[in-house]
Design a protein around this ligand. Structure first.
Ligand SMILES: Cc1ncc(COP(=O)(O)O)c(C=O)c1O
Length: 394
């Protein structure tokens, strides 16, 4: 299998972790040698309810026995799809009442950018330095990491960076700006939170200039930071909300949500302003629906903040300079990228899955399933502490 993996499957790096998977359940992934790995990464913040949550598996099975794909997005009435967008709307502020379902996070970002152009008649987009919004051409145009973009230029014109948390930079939002796109909590940058009412100030400047505020909650959304969506911590409401990752309970999905009035603009002039074959797929929607039901019917989201406290208590070590983030979107910051890498790889050997962040080499990603137990947190942190005590490059 390993040989075929390298031979036939396109690779994103020359050094993939290449763990061969047998099965996964709860907070654990089992490899084909029978070894058990405690998962502190959750498929990069995607497996909100852990692996193969019984409710998700059962919803998928039930739906697969009824029908799979029957029509392109938006033509037929498919119960799981409608129930999902309705429940979403019931859990969002009044103005965020209409959702367009797509297949991935980056496609949701593309849809949001297109919608902002249609709604404002303007072309300019602002984005934050060190932001990550996906890897298709539009999303890459608003990625705040120029080195990674250069080889793919020309990208979208009229896209300009601002510094996240920089109040003075908000003057760059003008009556020319269609939208400013921000991650509510910056992920790839190192789990950077908005400070000093930054998002309120962004909201205010957008209102002054008729600019739309798009918040990308593809990573912090769906309970990860102790609220269903992270913007709820900061007292503002975006014009367009983008989501994905943890929404699908382990299946691929993305969505952008806006007001009915704004979303309607994608229907005319030109008609079919955004289309997708598989968006809103009923099997995936049924998994996303029970994920959202489980999150909203239980204390899982609230418990995220208690689990953060436990992590912060157990992640004390001279090599850990800082623990950043909120809820179960945490990053342990080491002194150098070399130390971070050594720790991640040594923990892998010891049966604890950790991972890197895209643009902050010193960070160790800790984004476990929200369903992780206190005992599992303690077990994983003990492995991490043992590894840190034996680290070579210190
Ligand atoms: C904040 C953010 N936006 C967008 C994306 C892109 O999502 P996808 O990989 O599903 O296209 C990601 C994925 O890591 C993300 O973290």
């Amino acid at each position: 299998m390993k040989e075929d993996f390298y031979k036939y499957q396109a690779q994103t790096t020359s050094h993939p972790l290449a763990m061969e998977i047998s099965h996964a359940k709860g907070s654990y992934i089992y490899d084909t040698s029978g070894k058990r790995h405690l998962d502190f990464v959750a498929g990069v913040s995607a497996c909100t309810l852990g692996h193969c949550h019984p409710r998700v598996v059962s919803a998928i099975k039930t739906q697969t026995e009824k029908y799979l794909h029957v029509m392109v997005y938006g033509e037929y009435i498919q119960a799981p799809t409608v129930q999902l967008v309705k429940l979403l709307s019931e859990n969002l502020p009044e103005s965020l009442n209409t959702t367009y379902l797509v297949n991935s996070g980056t496609e949701a970002v593309e849809g949001a950018l297109k919608l902002a152009r249609r709604a404002t008649g303007r072309t300019q987009f602002l984005y934050a330095n060190h932001a990550y919004h996906g890897n298709t051409m539009g999303s890459m145009s608003v990625m705040g990491f120029e080195e990674r973009k250069n080889a793919f230029k020309p990208l979208l014109p009229d896209c300009f960076p601002v510094n996240f948390n920089d109040e003075a930079d908000l003057q760059k939002i003008t009556s020319e700006t269609a939208a400013i796109l921000l991650e509510t909590i910056q992920g790839g940058a190192g789990f950077i939170q908005p400070e000093h009412d930054y998002l309120k100030k962004v909201r205010q400047r957008c209102d002054e200039t008729g600019t739309l505020l798009i918040l990308d909650e593809i990573q912090p959304g769906f309970g990860r930071t102790g609220k269903l969506f992270a913007f709820e911590h900061f007292g503002i409401v975006p014009d367009i909300l983008v989501m994905g990752k943890g929404m699908g309970g382990g299946l691929p999905i993305g969505a952008f949500t806006a007001s009915h009035q704004v979303m309607k603009l994608l229907q005319e002039n030109p008609k079919l302003g955004h289309i997708t074959t598989f968006g809103g797929n009923p099997v995936i929607a049924s998994a996303a629906l029970v994920t959202l039901q489980e999150l909203t019917e239980t204390d899982i989201i609230k418990e995220t903040l208690q689990k953060e406290k436990l992590f912060r208590k157990l992640l004390k070590h001279p090599l850990i300079k800082e623990v950043r983030g909120k809820g179960l979107m945490l990053a342990a910051i080491m002194e150098t990228p070399e130390i971070a890498s050594e720790v991640i790889l040594a923990c892998k050997d010891r049966g604890l899955i950790l991972f890197w962040l895209l643009f902050e080499g010193r960070a160790i990603r800790i984004t476990p399933p929200l369903t992780i137990s206190n005992d599992e947190i303690t077990e994983g942190c003990k492995i991490l502490q043992d590894v840190l005590n034996n680290i070579q490059s210190y």
